[in-house]
Design a protein around this ligand. Sequence first.
Ligand SMILES: NC(=O)c1ccc[n+]([C@@H]2O[C@H](COP(=O)([O-])OP(=O)(O)OC[C@H]3O[C@@H](n4cnc5c(N)ncnc54)[C@H](O)[C@@H]3O)[C@@H](O)[C@H]2O)c1
Length: 284
Amino acid sequence: MDINTIGVCGAGTMGRGIALTAALAGFNTRLFDLQPAALERAKEQLQKELKKSIEKGKYTEAFAAQALARIEFTEDIDACVGEIFIEAIVEQAEPKIALFNQLAERNHSDCIFASNTSSLSITEMAKAIQHPERVIGLHFFNPATLMKLVEVVTTPFTAPSVQEIAWKLMQDFQKTPVLCIDSPGFIVNRVARPFYIESLRLLEEKKAGMQQLDRILTAAGFKMGPFALMDLIGNDINYAVSCSVYDQLGKPERLRPSSIQQQLVQTGKWGQKSGEGYYQYKSG
Ligand SMILES: NC(=O)c1ccc[n+]([C@@H]2O[C@H](COP(=O)([O-])OP(=O)(O)OC[C@H]3O[C@@H](n4cnc5c(N)ncnc54)[C@H](O)[C@@H]3O)[C@@H](O)[C@H]2O)c1
C-alpha cells in the first residue's frame, strides 16, 4: 500500500508534533481535532517551532512553508480520509475506540489505525474494531518532532504487512523505530514509571524538595528532572498513564500513583500546556 495521506487525530502536545513530522517528511497530512481552539493553537505552535528551526539554520523558509502547507487543519471528521491514521487524543480507551470506528466508516477497510497511547492496551482497542489486523501502536515521544524513538507496538492480531508499513513509515519520518509486544506501558513508560513515582514519594515524605530533586537528577545525567518532565508531558496525561500502568500490572504498591498528581489534575495544573503545574510558565 502506498501512503499518500496521513490523518493525525488530536491537535494537542503530541498530535501537532506528529503532524509536523509527517509533513516535514513530505506527506499530505490532515490534522483533526474536535476543538477549533486546539487547531488554532496547534497552528500557532507549529509556526513558532518552524520559525525557531529556520533561525537555527535547520530549514530554509521555503522548505518550512511547504511543510506547513501540507497540513490541512480540520474539525470535520468527514474530511478524515487517508491510508493511515495516528490518533493522539485523550488517554482513555473508549474515545479512542469510538474515533477509530468513526474513521472506519469513512475509509477503506485496509486503512491502518495507529494509536499513540502511552499505556493503554492496543490489543483491547484492536478487538473493538473491525479488521483488528490493521491496528498497531505508534508511540512517539515528546517533543515528537525532535525525539527519535518510536515504539512500534504489535498485538496478536497485527498483520505482518501492517507492521512492515508502519516500520517503513517511521523510517521515512527519520525516526528510530523499536518493536514492542503490547503490554502495560510498553517498554519506556514501564521502565520510567518509578522515575516519577519514587520522586513523588520523596516529595510526599518531605525527604527532598521538588527543585532539589530536579537539580540532582539532571546533575546525575538525566536530560530533565522528573517534575520538569511531568510538566512537559502534561500532568493529566502522566497521571492517566500512572493509573493505567498501576491497574494493568495488578496494583503493586511501588507503582501506586501519588495524591500529588491527582491534586494537580483536579486543580487544572496540567503543566506547560495550562501555564502551571509543578512550576509556573509564562504562557499556557
Ligand atoms: N504528552 C506526552 O508527553 C505524550 C507522549 C507520548 C504519548 N502521549 C499520548 O498521546 C495522546 C495525546 O496526548 P497529548 O499530551 O497530546 O494530549 P493533549 O491533551 O495535549 O491533546 C489532546 C487533544 O485531543 C483532542 N481530542 C480529544 N478527544 C478527541 C476526539 N474524540 N477527536 C479528536 N480530537 C480529540 C483534544 O481537543 C486535544 O486537543 C495520549 O494518548 C497520550 O498518552 C502523550
